[in-house]
Design a protein. Structure first.
Length: 206
């Protein structure tokens, strides 16, 4: 049997495909380049402009979603939080050392962390306090509350607060098996309760 020749896409079809891919977060730089090249070969000025705008929007989206958030440990070593496979099956607990509800949450978070790690995930603590003094205060809380296994980073630029539009602390961010944010809970929650633990484990496995 003879193979049927593949039909070439028109410039309009290329643009439609790119827009759909952007919407579903599947656009790649190769697809952007292909779009611009096709528009150029067709020598249609209006379509080239539309293609360039589409490419610019896609590039901006791509930069935003791959740049991530930089958080710091006490020794100033950096860790990047990016919504991709590196955050699969994870939770991020955003808190402040000066927040009483946050401090009261720590024993509960300690227990939740143990269950998440047993399930193959991880729980990351991030202070939205921007100086070393409050990081040391956080460590003092860990010792006083008998939660020495907890380790926290801190966010110098308050990037998590801006990126996820956090309005209060503590906040728990929950990421699924693909590293995508699926749940955000603000305020104190007794995370050590069995029902709450099971809810989180289901979400990070989804």
């Amino acid at each position: 049997m003879n193979n049927m020749p593949l039909q070439k896409l028109t410039i309009s079809e290329h643009i439609s495909n790119i827009i759909i891919k952007v919407f579903f977060q599947q656009a790649t730089m190769d697809s952007i380049i292909s779009l611009i090249y096709t528009a150029h070969m067709n020598k249609k000025k209006l379509l080239i402009i539309v293609a360039a705008i589409t490419a610019a929007v896609t590039a901006a989206w791509w930069t935003y979603n791959t740049r991530g958030v930089i958080i710091y440990a006490e020794d100033q070593s950096k860790t990047k939080i990016v919504e991709n496979s590196s955050l699969a099956h994870s939770c991020v607990f955003v808190w402040s050392a000066n927040c009483s509800a946050c401090v009261y949450s720590l024993p509960h978070i300690n227990i939740l962390q143990q269950h998440i790690e047993l399930a193959g995930g991880k729980l990351i603590l991030v202070l939205e306090d921007d100086n070393i003094f409050l990081l040391k205060l956080a460590k003092a809380h860990f010792i006083r509350l008998n939660t020495p296994n907890l380790k926290t980073y801190y966010d110098k630029q308050h990037s998590l607060q801006k990126r996820y539009k956090l309005t209060s602390f503590p906040t728990l961010l929950v990421f699924n098996s693909k590293g995508k944010l699926v749940h955000k809970v603000e305020g104190f929650v007794p995370w050590s309760e069995e029902k709450k633990i099971n809810e989180i484990l289901l979400m990070i496995k989804s």
